[in-house]
Design a protein around this ligand. Structure first.
Ligand SMILES: N[C@@H]1[C@@H](O)[C@H](O)[C@@H](COP(=O)(O)O)O[C@@H]1O
Length: 338
């Protein structure tokens, strides 16, 4: 992740300025709902940002996979804000969904990586994620940058409510602690500056060793919930797209309603259990998977290995801890490396 994503957009005064949105913020805040629309990785990035968007905006947030919205001719109202998330800005289904939302009179916002793309040109306003070119077919740095931009979008529309001030400031502080390349003039000059993304990239060799163990497997499940449900979907998507191996992202809260039937001592299962409001629930999921002799790989926050080994042995990946809503930016990295 590059520092230029934040450049000039987030300040030491702890405010977020998104120039491409400033003339439309009032309309966005008055929306009846905000609908996020995308495909693949871009959809997953919006899903990762949804809890924070709901928390800070107080506006109902819906999620639409572009092709499904079009298949159903789903409802879009003139009082809606429709946000189109796309790395390339050219994905056919997302573009058609944009035409559809424009016809229905919604305010259309683009979040893209490609200046001058069709989505950037045809939306009313928007934000560029400045992630740099994605070379491979699988979006990686664009994913983490999209989450960061959507967190900044949430901060920008949340206004200046006193109630959420401490939360907003903690998120802005954490944004400064994420990047690998701290070359910004606006970066705080304190000595405890830490690059959390660099911290997680240090797991590179460990993840490659793990990948070698998984190479002969037929399938991999990834369990996540809350902020990290999207991490489970995106981790599984990367394994499919890049390793050409079957993989499924599973909402851990749905474990009892089907997925548990697949658990045995052979099928590898990644459980994302970093510290947040869902941690205890994930500990209970781990216990239930252990009870079925599941072959577990648990991702937890640094220092939590003992708390996740409850009731059995498993491989543990410890990652740096970030603010809960930005933890998906850290947690996806080991899965991308796999
Ligand atoms: N293989 C790519 C995915 O990696 C990408 O997530 C999706 C959406 O692309 P975009 O974000 O450019 O709209 O398109 C393709 O399916």
């Amino acid at each position: 992740m590059r520092g230029r994503l934040l450049h000039g957009r987030s300040t030491k005064a702890k405010t977020v300025i998104l120039g491409g949105l400033k003339d439309h913020l009032k309309t966005i805040r008055r929306s009846r709902r905000i609908v996020f629309i995308g495909c693949g990785t871009s959809y997953n990035a919006a899903l990762a940002a949804r809890p924070l968007l709901e928390e800070l905006s107080g506006i109902p947030i819906s999620m639409e996979i572009a092709s499904d919205l079009l298949d159903r001719q789903g409802l879009i109202y003139r009082e809606d804000t429709a946000v189109f998330v796309s790395q390339s800005g050219e994905t056919a289904d997302t573009l058609h969904a944009l035409e559809y939302a424009l016809e229905n009179g919604a305010l259309c916002v683009g979040i893209t990586n490609t200046v001058g793309s069709a989505i950037a040109r045809n939306t009313h306003c928007g934000v560029h994620i400045n992630a740099g070119a994605e070379i491979g077919v699988a979006s990686t740095k664009a994913y983490t940058s999209q989450i960061v931009v959507m967190a900044m979008f949430a901060l920008a529309i949340s206004g200046d409510s006193i109630l959420s001030q401490a939360r907003r400031e903690a998120i802005i502080d954490c944004l400064f602690e994420l990047p690998c390349k701290p070359h910004l003039p606006t970066f705080p000059a304190h000595s405890s500056f830490c690059c959390k993304v660099r911290g997680v990239l240090e797991l590179d060799q460990e993840m490659k060793d793990l990948a070698n163990l998984l190479i002969a497997e037929q399938s991999l499940l990834v369990f996540g919930r809350g902020y990290n449900y999207a991490t489970a979907l995106e981790g599984a998507l990367k394994v499919k797209e890049v390793a050409l191996m079957h993989s499924e992202g599973i909402l851990a809260g749905e474990m009892k309603h089907g997925p548990l039937a697949l658990v045995d001592e052979n099928l590898p299962i990644v459980v994302i259990a970093t510290r947040d409001a869902c941690f205890r629930k994930q500990q209970s999921v781990i216990q239930q998977l252990h009870a079925r002799n599941g072959r577990l790989i648990v991702m937890c926050s640094k220092g939590d290995a003992a708390s996740v080994r409850t009731g059995g042995s498993c491989k543990v990946i410890e990652v740096p801890q970030a603010e809960d809503c930005l933890q998906p930016v850290i947690n996806i990295v080991p899965l991308q490396v796999i």
